[in-house]
Ligand binder design. Sequence first.
Ligand code: NAD
Length: 476
Amino acid sequence: MSTPTFPTYASFAELLQAVDAGEGGREILNPATGQRVGFADTDTVADLNAAVETARAAFESFSTTTHEQRCAMLMAAADAVDANAEPLAELLSREQGKPLNGPNARFEVGACSAWLRATASFELEPEVVVDDGQTYSTLTYRPLGVVGAIGPWNWPMMITVWQIAPALRMGNTVVVKPSEYTPLSVKALVHVINSALPEGVLTYVSGDREIGAALSEHEDVDKIMFTGSTATGQKIIEASAPTYKRLTLELGGNDAGIVLDDVDPAAIAEGLFWGAFINTGQTCAALKRLYVPDSIYDEVVDALAEFAKNVPMGEGLDENNVLGPLQNKAQYDIVADLVEKAKAAGARVVLGGEPDQEQKGFFYPTTLVADIDPDNALVVEEQFGPALPIVRYSTIDEAVEMANSLDVGLGSSVWSSNRERALQVAERLKAGTTWINNHGAVDPRIPFGGAGHSGYGVEFGVDGLKGLGQPHVISG
Ligand code: NAD
């Protein structure tokens, strides 16, 4: 067996020390306990400029490497992530708040190596577009240059990999700017991945919106991969316009799920629950509003409540928990406010809805709100937390109309025991993805992106790779 060339860390504390986050800088606290996790750098625009300069210099030779060489680097990066999976997961759990177990921190770190490997596996051959005896045209994708990767705080490691893996595979160099709420997880991940890359190819800058804005308008950055809110996405479009930057925008969503009247409520309860409550509801493509027919409304609500009431929520390092806190106070306030508005409008709280004021940390209980007006704020605004509104409908046309009534359209789902019926409804939904009998199952081979204000461009698969390349046609 060959000796690994990457470092391995025995604990999250060792890993933090290796990335120099043990002391000095901005204090980062665990959202579940308020305890200090570590310190984040407070980089300036000058630091950002230096990072872009480094990335530009590294681009010169990195862009001449072959796909084969870059795929080997991604595979080695995946090995390095796997070798450090436990300290990475522990750091993520402490900083983001998500539990180690369930579809949470360990799952997220596992997804990082899985996506690195999958991205290395895609075939991207030069395409002969026309060959008719008179014209011979080929289409290839060249590296674009320097890519800026700006990410959110909900799945900080996994989304960073979604952005950087295709960028690197296509021969670009990358400057990563993580969310100011989860900088340490991303710094540690970048450090581990860097053990498999030439120097300067992947750099990290810590900072808030000012640094993100500076990256978006930087004249020597060729593309921004952005995942975050719809409002910030719009600012990035504006900031990037003068330099004609390419953009992939994965923005906010408010995914609808439509249950058809032929389901077995008990059989779909678990799938509905995790569709809505994965990562304690802090997921872009989570089920955020559920439409259920009158004829089985009570059965579906009861089955969901029965499942939901037994799912343990608490501190992330406790191996029993699979739901955690909201990552930050601002998000907690949004969720609490939306549930209060639903209550004030007369909606029925079936589960949760009353946070324990004595509890430390930003915990909001698993909440199901039934008999809610379709225009209530909890339905039409993105809650991004553990509170699911369940709306009644009487005809499928009505359900489809309500599902399609918002300007966002990331994911959606249809739940039915009859695939043909489900497909007929799925085809009518305005969204980047419509899942049948699940919600939010992403796969590195399957393109993922938004409709409407949920963004544009796709990630994953060969289509995702193409988004990180400059198309070049040679015709003659
Ligand atoms: P956010 O928009 O507040 O922040 C995202 C990132 O943008 C952060 O790194 C932030 O520092 C940076 N930023 C803020 N202002 C900026 C500016 N003017 N210019 C450049 N960068 C700037 O989003 P968030 O609260 O971190 O994330 C939650 C949102 O992200 C939700 O709406 C969620 O639906 C969405 N999201 C979407 C996807 C997807 O794939 N579509 C995935 C995860 C999260």
